[in-house]
Design a binder for this molecule. Structure first.
Ligand code: ADE
Ligand code: ZN
Length: 369
């Protein structure tokens, strides 16, 4: 069988704007570090990896968090942090990403690495080394946790502000949206805003449009992590488009966590057709089994995006990033070269690698793919 869209999505230059620090770890590295540090991994992270997940009910989210916490616990030494960032940058480069914004809540590591400031400095120096080794530019987004006290978020915002322009490019808000409204974090986001950081809270993943509206109204979000449930409110979709607020859409994550019944239920087309800027992200490949290029494959295979449309998504990822002007210019020019290169007509099996995830390789839950 031949395909009419055979350009390699891994060769498409792009930026990656939605990736979590722990969630970016290679599965093989998780297994190796766990063995080295004597950490017992449950079957969901060994023989049964990638795990069957659900984030739409409290129990499912709790299980997701528990697996996440176990994964975080294998990062014990500065060398582990250096390894994670170097391997992540290598994987990004292999998938065409020339600029990565990786988000981290340093509180999860502060006990091990001598406090919050020391943790941020460790991550920044590991990111600098990884960028130098791979040529992939890396910006850090310090992300507060919605399930913790808003005062903790303010502490993190001050810390992020201190390193603005020195590797920290943004401020985020992650974890379970159902547990606290965005409005609890107004003061933290004002601190980050005054420091000139890009504001990128999660919203519209686990709850509906009101959560996205609050990220815009209360937090002055420049981008929304996920944002997919904004699709339930046509006026909000129009607003995202009119204000040029990029949604960091993570299709494999949405399917794995049950936010979307299947790849075709992720509102990618609806957003793009309405003019909402969309940047594709992988969120947590460690738990969902798919990295960045696979998200572009979903756009192609489940939503029929042409190469020109995939290139437009890649352009949006670059334009919505905090990458320095010379990196943006280089990536944008490379996207044009990718698109203007003649498409090869190869057998489909030769250009679409089999998905690593046995579950998502099949017609997805909801059955429409
Ligand atoms: N932290 C890691 N992955 C997340 C997700 N999908 N939603 C919210 N917080 C997260
Ligand atoms: Zn996320």
């Amino acid at each position: 069988m031949e395909t009419s869209s055979p350009r390699s999505v891994a060769a498409l230059p792009k930026a990656h704007l939605h990736l979590h620090f722990t969630g970016s770890m290679r599965h093989s590295t998780l297994v190796e570090l766990a063995a080295g540090h004597g950490v017992h991994l449950p079957p969901a992270l060994t023989d049964e990896w990638p795990p069957q997940l659900s984030g739409t009910d409290e129990r499912g989210w709790f299980r997701f968090q528990r697996l996440y916490d176990i994964a975080r616990s294998v990062l014990r030494t500065p060398a582990d942090v250096g390894r994670l960032l170097r391997e992540t940058a290598e994987d990004e480069r292999a998938e065409g990403s020339g600029w990565l914004e990786i988000q981290v809540d340093p509180s999860g590591y502060a006990n091990r690495f001598g406090g919050l400031t020391a943790t941020v400095e460790l991550i920044l120096s590991a990111a600098t080394a990884a960028a130098a080794a791979t040529g992939v530019g890396i910006g850090i987004i310090v992300a507060a946790n919605r399930t913790r006290h808003p005062l903790d978020a303010r502490t993190l915002a001050r810390l992020a502000a201190q390193y603005a322009g020195q590797g920290v490019v943004g401020f985020g808000l992650s974890s379970d949206e159902r547990r606290a409204p965005a409005s609890d974090f107004i003061q933290a986001f004002r601190i980050a805003e005054r420091a000139g950081l890009l504001l990128a809270p999660h919203g519209g993943e686990l709850i509906g449009p009101a959560s996205v509206a609050s990220c815009l109204d209360d937090l002055h979000a420049d981008r929304i992590g996920h944002g997919v449930r904004a699709v339930e409110d046509p006026l909000l979709v129009k607003r995202l488009a009119a204000d040029g607020v990029t949604c960091e859409v993570c299709p494999a994550s949405n399917v794995a966590l049950g936010v979307a019944a299947g790849p075709r239920d992720v509102p990618l087309r609806a957003f793009v057709e309405a003019g909402v800027p969309v940047a594709l992200g992988a969120d947590d490949p460690l738990l969902f089994g798919r990295r960045l290029a696979a998200q572009y494959l979903i756009a192609r295979d489940a939503h029929g995006f042409s190469d020109a449309e995939l290139a437009a998504l890649a352009r949006t990822s670059v334009r919505s990033s905090a990458a320095p002007p010379q990196v943006r210019a280089r990536l944008l020019a490379a996207i044009e070269r990718w698109l203007s290169a003649p498409a090869l007509h190869l057998p489909r099996t030769a250009v679409v690698p089999p998905p690593p995830d046995r579950r998502t390789a099949q017609p997805c839950r909801g059955g429409r793919a």
